[in-house]
Design a protein around this ligand. Sequence first.
Ligand code: GLV
Ligand code: MN
Ligand code: MN
Length: 416
Amino acid sequence: MSAKPSNLQIDSERLWGAIHETAQFGATAKGGVRRLTLGPEDKQARDWFRKACETAGLEVHVDALGSMYALRKGRDMSKLPIGIGSHLDTQPTGGKYDGILGTLAALEVVRTLNDAGIETEAPVCVINWTNEEGSRFAPAMMASATYAGDYTTEDIWSRTDAGGVTVKEALDGIGYRGDEPVGARKLGAFLELHIEQGPLLEAENKTIGVVERGQGIIWYDGRITGFESHAGTTPMPLRRDALSSLAEVALAIEKIALAHAPQAVATIGEAVIANPSRNVIPGEIAFTLDVRSPDAAVMDALDRDIRAAIADIAGRRRTEIGLAQIWRKPPTIFDGKLVDAVQAAAAELGYSYRRITSGAGHDACNVAGVIPAAMIFVPCKDGVSHNELEDATQADCSAGANVLLHAVLAVAGVAT
Ligand code: GLV
Ligand code: MN
Ligand code: MN
């Protein structure tokens, strides 16, 4: 018997149970998760997810970059499936919700439809995108970007981690290099539920973020070359200290981002001194730089100002500073109709909501380039994410999953 779709709710306990069950794969002592993409813990989570999807009657397909597509048939199989999902990988010191919520909420939507005996017009496809985080292999969101045609599969297969392992080797290592060509599984739309990863919803006491835009992102690899010499014998004015240069670079970048606030953020997330020793002046440092803005013109201005500051610092400090752009993702504008469908679902369910711009990158931002896409945000505690302390309430996660469910019902249509 069919439940009345307008009254339908997901099973909050089952969703919460799934989140906490999968959090054991890579669980850290501080209550977070370390589940680097294509590592053994990622395989455990993927295997769990595959089994849960198959038990829910879905047909699981894996593409050549390891992204997983679990298909629930619709009444009209000539219609393109509505994709829902997110990612199962985490940061090295990540939390239990970033990505996992969206993937497991998508599974929960299907479980709820099954229990209620609801057939949708269009098929529904639950997706786990490979390597959203980008911390083991760069760039982030490489599988959805390839899906959208931004890279070739061969290019992404050849990317290496810090230990020289290629993406292709890592996929084979866990048995998740599938047969399906990346991008072959056409979708009619894509919806992703995610924690906000920022402070706005919580501060304004809103349950749902109706995401209408995403920030643009530039990633750089930087290198500072100074001169290694003796810490005790080299007079201060004669030094060419790579670390002191980096310190100036970090402060200059902070000042430039602040000058464009709130339209810009910039972060040096990694810095590694080559051959470090406490009595050697650092001669070589590799660092990363992540620069973001929702405005493409501001991204250009940041790039220009940062390069000018770096040239000045290098000249004054007699060091060489190289900055290579390795990735540029323009700002995202999500599909107006789909964004409206998310807002209508939130309103019908009686949740408080606001329109919001995503500060983080998401797979939905990539696929938005080729199909209609939108996102749903729910609050996380103190806006903290990419941290083991990341936290969200069961009520908010369930509210987000209910909005996802009702947006799916509206977009996929209910068979009569
Ligand atoms: C992905 O998590 C990002 O860096 O925004
Ligand atoms: Mn994420
Ligand atoms: Mn993340």
